[in-house]
Write a protein that binds this ligand. Structure first.
Ligand code: ATP
Ligand code: MG
Length: 366
């Protein structure tokens, strides 16, 4: 099948290869039944790359990633590669990909599957039907701003410092991703910062407002301080649809929102770069969970987050919305039918079918 769909698959470590295997089954099914084909290259990342090449991502794999239309990523790390040497940390492989592909917009959906609501310990009336998309700025802000470090100050005290820094273009490009996504959803964006106490917050609010006026006035734009949003996400999460915020607040708020949905094993993410001349963005898709060393190699991992990451790839990199819907519906149906991996066995477990990684993958394909 000739295609201009070049896909780099990086399964990584721990449960990464296990859950990626289940996605391969879906890819094979789609090739056969839907004539959706990919040119797939596979490579190593994280501990697997350290073992073979001595680095967490080889230059070759980096080059392939830059040329690919999309990267499907598993997870990296594990006790085997614990080290204080920063250059030998498996996580550096992912950081290198994000940095060199300039993946500045991190899309984190928090979606609740109805089938799980009744079994959840959360208040069902609050979360049933929840479907939020948090867009976190990923390559700037306080995690990267200079100067940063520590020293002994003039008073002889040890002092540490970080710098929250944003340029207007950095704010605009991530807000543009939010506005464009909102047009495909409920046509509203909530932009969040702390303009009451931070200069970067003031600039963020100004630039979001300006861009909105210039290009996206058809979308509803609201602003909320990040601390207020942290409260509202728990009090009335269904008020929200697309939320855009900076790196630090996005890190915290997206983890908070994910916990409204019940399990780490269910949630995908996308990280997008700037559009090129043809409108295509560099992109990497990965589950939000890590390599889960405690259950790796046991066939227990839930493959749904990896599967939904693949669905996001179909939607955002290849404009295959119908096929993405199909994958997402299959996941919903499987949950409705009572299939549960261990991480989903909370609350009422009457009538559920306890399954492992492969059975869950097979059920999704079926
Ligand atoms: P990282 O530092 O890479 O983010 P982490 O320390 O936050 O990793 P995870 O690897 O995500 O942690 O695992 C956290 C817990 O959730 C572990 O107990 C793990 O077994 C469980 N878990 C994570 N992903 C899955 C999954 N897909 N299926 C089942 N359980 C999972
Ligand atoms: Mg973590």
């Amino acid at each position: 099948m000739a295609s201009n769909r070049n896909l780099l698959v990086l399964p990584g470590d721990g449960i990464g290869p296990e859950v990626m295997n289940e996605v391969r089954k879906i890819i094979a099914w789609m090739g056969k039944k839907r004539a959706v084909g990919f040119d797939i290259t596979e490579d190593l990342v994280g501990g697997a790359a350290l073992d073979k090449h001595g680095v967490p991502l080889s230059d070759d794999a980096m080059k392939t990633a830059l040329e690919a239309d999309a990267v499907l990523f598993g997870s990296v790390g594990g006790p085997k590669w614990d080290t204080a040497d920063f250059s030998k940390k498996p996580e550096r492989g992912l950081l290198r990909l994000r940095k060199e592909m300039d993946l500045f917009a991190n899309l984190r959906p928090a979606k609740v599957f109805d089938a799980l609501v009744d079994a959840s310990s959360l208040k069902p009336e609050i979360v049933k039907g929840l479907d939020i998309m948090i867009i976190r700025e990923l390559t700037s802000g306080v995690y990267f701003g200079e100067p940063r470090g520590r020293h002994v100050n003039a008073a002889g005290e040890v002092e540490a410092f970080d710098t929250q820094r944003y340029t207007a273009p950095e704010i605009r490009r991530v807000c543009a991703v939010a506005f464009e996504l909102a047009r495909k959803r409920k046509n509203k964006v909530l932009s969040s910062e702390k303009a009451n106490v931070m200069h970067t917050g003031v600039l963020w609010r100004e630039e979001a407002t300006k861009l909105h006026k210039e290009k996206y006035s058809d979308v509803k734009l609201e602003h909320m301080y990040a601390d207020a949003l942290a409260m509202q996400l728990l009090r009335a999460p269904k008020e929200f649809d697309v939320i855009v915020t900076d790196n630090l607040f996005g890190d915290i708020l997206s983890d908070e929102a994910s916990m409204l949905t019940g399990s780490l094993g269910l949630l995908p993410s996308a990280s997008l770069g700037a559009p090129d001349a043809t409108g295509r963005r560099k992109a990497l898709y990965e589950p939000i969970h890590g390599s889960a060393p405690d259950i790796a190699g046991k066939g227990l991992a839930n493959p749904i987050a990896q599967t939904l990451s693949y669905a996001m790839m179909l939607r955002y990199s290849f404009d295959l919305g119908k096929d993405a819907d199909m994958v997402e519906t299959a996941v919903e149906n499987v949950l409705k039918a009572g299939y549960r991996t261990g991480d989903l066995l909370v609350g009422n477990t009457d009538g559920v079918k306890k399954v492992g990684t492969q059975e869950m993958g097979d059920a999704i394909v079926k």
